[in-house]
Design a protein around this ligand. Sequence first.
Ligand SMILES: [Fe+2]
Length: 226
Amino acid sequence: MTEYHCHILPRMDDGAKDLNMSLDMVRLMMAQGIDRIIATPHFYAHREDGVRAFLERRQDAFRQIADTGMTMPYLYLGAEVAVEQGLSRLPGVHLLALADTPYILLELPYAPFAHWMMEEIDGLSQRYGLVPVLAHVHRYASFYTRAQMSEVLQADAVFQFNNEAFRNLSERRLAMSLIRKGCPYVLGSDAHNMTSRRPDWDLLKRKVGQEILDRQENLFQSAKNP
Ligand SMILES: [Fe+2]
């Protein structure tokens, strides 16, 4: 099983706050059957000193885990990139793609829908050939109108569902309807820590059949290890 969305890198964002927490999160994921992890720390363009500086920080955080010599699942690097105005013109933005694949995990703002959001996503596709993976898309039904949500769901994108979506009736309904329609999707815990937002793949296994886990897209055909 592949974990497509989590915040396990130490001191990168509001996720794992130190190396011990990172390792505990990885161990728990392994115990729950995960054998491939893509680490996706938050990237907010307005807070960073550019993409290169972020990538250096990310590499340092990854190195801390690698240096422990811990036996771990295949660990890959990506980012959860916040959709902001101007993102598609940010120098080096394509380097934030998941493990050198053409896929980029994008987090829409928790704000009323605006057309510039989809224009930025289109810009990433047109300029760089990137394929958007819309992070926890089930969450936005409570921020957007039905028509706006339907515009988002018509995007040429892969949809990412958090495990907890399958615990909530309306979010689960949305996720299952997209899955039944044959929309491409991937799953992730979006884990941030070992308490309130801990990895919970067991929840997903309890709530949906193995088939839902097995049918998620494999985005890793061209992936590279860090
Ligand atoms: Fe996240």
